[in-house]
Design a protein around this ligand. Structure first.
Ligand code: NCD
Length: 315
């Protein structure tokens, strides 16, 4: 039997699937708040292999697995503390840890690593970020957040801001948004624009987008300002990073120009691109966004093991 991997959002380009996934996430949220979660993954083990830093993704996956009754093993600094440090290939590592775990969650600096891992794995592989490739589970929680916060996805104007070149959350989210009738503004310095392959994807899907080097002119019309960090670790030239790192900094003065029912999102970690002074405004949705990651990851873990139709959430 082919395991049910989670590699790219390409496999989730189906509104009815998303709607049932979001329905399960909402149910898990209610169960979590009532402290009544059915332990459907009892006896299953999740292996977390993280070759790059992570706080939210790893801890929310681990929490999700534990809440569903499963167990967790893993290495959070796999490039130093796993046998990768001795020269073991990813393929061999996957074959080995597949003997212990029932699902393997991987974060790694190399784009495409999750596909390689899946090609030799008898256990489901979940891509928790592959270099400058994709971050499908983050994009799913981002979309879920938009739906929860605004009550709809169709008809919104969303600005993707920051490092659109290296930001894997952006790459996955742009593709997922193409399922909906959205207006997209891509806001980045010239050096950090969205790569052609994602623009071609949007073109094929018939999404109307425009590119900008500043968000000032569009602040008054956006429903979602999705801000990202300039990805320092992807720069070969430190001086180039220094030049670009503060290309955008959202401050209360920007908030004042935004619609009262709009939201600001960020996958986090934030460095300087959103001032702390913005955090207490109701429109700052980034910490609520993080919490949603827990429920989406519970729904995804359930999805890789079990067939649950769920109650669709409109969107
Ligand atoms: C993001 C990532 O790892 O791509 N973080 C996350 O998982 N929430 C964003 C980032 O590191 O800037």
């Amino acid at each position: 039997m082919v395991p049910r991997h989670v590699i790219s959002v390409d496999q989730f380009l189906d509104r009815s699937f998303l709607s049932s996934l979001f329905g399960r996430a909402a149910l898990f949220e209610a169960q979590r708040k009532a402290r009544k979660i059915e332990c459907t993954l009892n006896g299953r083990v999740m292996v977390a292999l993280f070759y790059e830093p992570s706080t939210r993704t790893r801890l929310s996956f681990e929490t999700a697995m534990l809440l569903l009754g499963g167990s967790v093993v893993g290495t959070e600094s796999a490039s130093h503390f796993s046998s990768a440090a001795k020269g073991e290939t990813m393929e061999d590592t996957i074959r080995v840890v597949g003997n212990f775990g029932d699902v393997i969650v991987i974060r790694h600096p190399e784009e495409g690593i999750a596909v390689r891992a899946a090609s030799v794995s008898e256990k489901p592989i979940i891509n928790a970020g592959d270099g400058i490739g994709e971050h499908p589970t983050q994009a799913l929680l981002d979309l879920y957040t938009i739906l929860k916060e605004l009550g709809r996805i169709d008809g919104i104007h969303i600005a993707l801001v920051g490092d659109l070149k290296h930001g894997r959350t952006i790459h996955s989210l742009a593709k997922l948004l193409s399922l909906y009738n959205v207006k997209l503004s891509l806001v980045a310095p010239n050096q950090l624009k969205l790569p052609e392959k994602y623009k071609e994807f949007l073109d094929k899907a018939g999404i109307i987008y425009s590119e900008h080097d500043s968000y000032e002119p569009i602040l008054g019309s956006v429903d979602v300002l999705y801000v990202t960090r300039v990805q320092k670790e992807r720069f070969a030239d430190a001086a180039e990073y220094e030049k670009l790192k503060n290309a955008f900094v959202v401050t209360p003065a920007h908030l004042a120009k935004m619609k009262p029912n709009s939201i600001i999102m960020h996958p986090l970690p934030r460095v300087a691109e959103i001032s702390n002074a913005v955090d207490n405004d109701r429109r700052a949705a980034y910490f609520r966004q993080t919490e949603n990651g827990l429920y989406i990851r519970m729904a995804l873990l359930e999805h890789v093991f079990l067939d649950r139709a769920g109650t669709p959430l409109a969107g």
